[in-house]
Design a binder for this molecule. Structure first.
Ligand SMILES: *Cc1c(COP(=O)(O)O)cnc(C)c1O
Length: 225
């Protein structure tokens, strides 16, 4: 097992003091590792594959808050709708409508973040600013009572250049500030989900309220995730 308990405790204390939520990204890691952090008090965990999330949730304590941080396909929403705490990567109205529909079936309000494309790479998912504006302006009219759009999520470029990463986070924070009133109109805790193992310190400096940290806590992953 490769859980870094001391690192966890340091990071957790640092983030708590700044009122930033730590989402422990447990993708590819066994349930035993998740339990280890759970027993140290961690409650928010993030996964990016639906089937993996469903399998793990079934084996682990009900008190865990599960975050879905991957790219969600509409036909898989129903699998996580009964229990998911927050869906980070929503990038279309079609997906929001599906989440709302499944939220209604499960008699829940499901919290969502809209994913904004801030990286320079073409490959990262997410909305550009215009698409984001369009979705936000339509939210009021559509009156989807079983979702709550409570913030934004983004991923910086995969680069060693931390100045570039900082600029990308700054850009998302500015968009977030600009949209904050609209996004949080019918919800309370607003969330800006930025920051991973390599860049969470910068993300926090730039206004992150929620970081998604995997390899620093659980050790490096193998394979291409
Ligand atoms: C894997 C992943 C993370 C965590 O990455 P680390 O570099 O291991 O901290 C964060 N966010 C998303 C969306 C991920 O897929």
């Amino acid at each position: 097992m490769s859980v870094n308990k001391e690192t966890f405790q340091q990071i957790k204390a640092e983030l708590d003091s700044k009122h930033v939520t730590l989402v422990a990204v447990s993708k590819t890691k066994p349930v035993e590792d998740i339990l280890e952090l759970y027993n140290l008090g961690q409650r928010d965990f993030g996964e990016n594959y639906v089937q993996e999330l469903v399998n793990k949730a079934a084996q682990l304590p009900k008190g865990i808050y599960w975050h879905f941080i991957g790219h969600l396909q509409t036909n898989k929403v129903k699998l996580i709708a009964p229990f998911v705490q927050l869906i980070h990567g929503v990038d279309s109205l079609k997906l929001l409508k599906e989440i709302n529909k499944e939220g209604e079936k499960n008699n829940r309000v499901i919290d969502c973040l809209l994913q904004v494309h801030i990286a320079q790479e073409e490959t990262k998912f997410g909305l550009d600013e215009e698409e984001l504006n369009l979705i936000i302006t339509q939210l009021d009219n559509l009156k989807m009572a079983n979702i709550r759009v409570c913030g934004l999520m983004g991923m910086a470029s995969f680069t060693e250049n931390m100045n570039q990463v900082r600029e990308e986070f700054k850009k998302l924070k500015a968009i977030f500030n600009h949209q904050a009133e609209l996004i949080t109109r019918n919800s309370k805790p607003e969330a800006l989900s930025i920051g991973m193992s390599s860049d969470y310190t910068i993300a926090v400096e730039e206004g992150s309220t929620m970081v998604r940290i995997g390899s620093l806590l659980f050790g490096e992953r193998h394979g291409k995730q």
